[in-house]
Design a protein around this ligand. Structure first.
Ligand code: CA
Length: 232
């Protein structure tokens, strides 16, 4: 764990200290930045493994920081924002953030998000994105044959359910917004498609989850989107 270097971008000294104290206590290495310009510069010069990014910065907006970093880097970005409005989280995710935390957050919550992101990173490094078989817990997708299995049972999915499952699987650990999903599946992002998405997600879950009421594989982010979780 200690090999990971985080970039902590936060202009509020007390919040920054809370984060860095937590990181220190848990053996993470880190560097800090307190402005957006500094965040872009530090990302370019130090190549951190994960960026923790406050959205409300004194110079440029956090969303703009994400856009600039995404111009050349796929480093995981976890947004930490006091803005509780869903639209800000959606803008950040659509700009290329991987996950978000809303202030005030607990130290345990922060550490949990870091673990999720580290698992995603480890997976990204160990697997070839073109690889033909995807495995997560009991779920197995054979991209070449277009079949999905749960344990030994083949899942009988409709073409849309299968596309949805593949999209979530290929982005495992990342929160995908409604807009991103509907654009990927239908090539549009109308409100109607968000309603359809909910319906398809419900039928997919019925086939995939042993208890659709407390899903194991696909997590709902109310008003925002969905994420496939890594099963240990
Ligand atoms: Ca701030």
């Amino acid at each position: 764990m200690s090999k990971f270097t985080l970039l902590v971008v936060e202009d509020d000294t007390s919040v920054r200290n809370l984060i860095t104290t937590t990181l220190k206590a848990n053996d993470y290495r880190f560097i800090t930045a307190s402005t957006g310009e500094q965040a872009v510069m530090e990302t370019a010069s130090h190549n951190p493994d994960i960026v923790l990014l406050d959205l409300g910065l004194p110079d440029i907006d956090g969303i703009e920081v994400i856009r600039r970093i995404r111009g050349w880097s796929n480093v995981p970005i976890i947004v930490i924002s006091a803005r509780s409005e869903d639209s800000d989280k959606i803008d950040a995710l659509d700009a290329g953030a991987d996950d978000y935390l809303t202030k005030p957050f607990s130290v345990d919550e922060l550490l949990a998000r870091l673990r999720v992101t580290q698992r995603r990173l480890a997976l990204m490094l160990s697997s070839n994105p073109q690889q033909a078989i995807f495995v997560n817990g009991k779920l197995r997708i054979d991209f070449a044959s277009g079949c999905a299995y749960l344990g030994d049972e083949e899942l009988h999915l409709t073409p849309i359910e299968y596309k949805l499952l593949c999209l979530l699987a290929r982005n495992i650990g990342k929160v995908l917004t409604h807009k991103f999903i509907t654009q990927s599946i239908w090539g549009s992002s109308w409100e109607n498609d968000v309603v359809s998405l909910r319906v398809f997600m419900a039928t997919l879950r019925k086939k995939l989850e042993s208890a659709p009421g407390s899903p194991q594989y696909i997590q709902t982010h109310i008003g925002i989107g969905y994420r496939m979780l890594r099963i240990e």
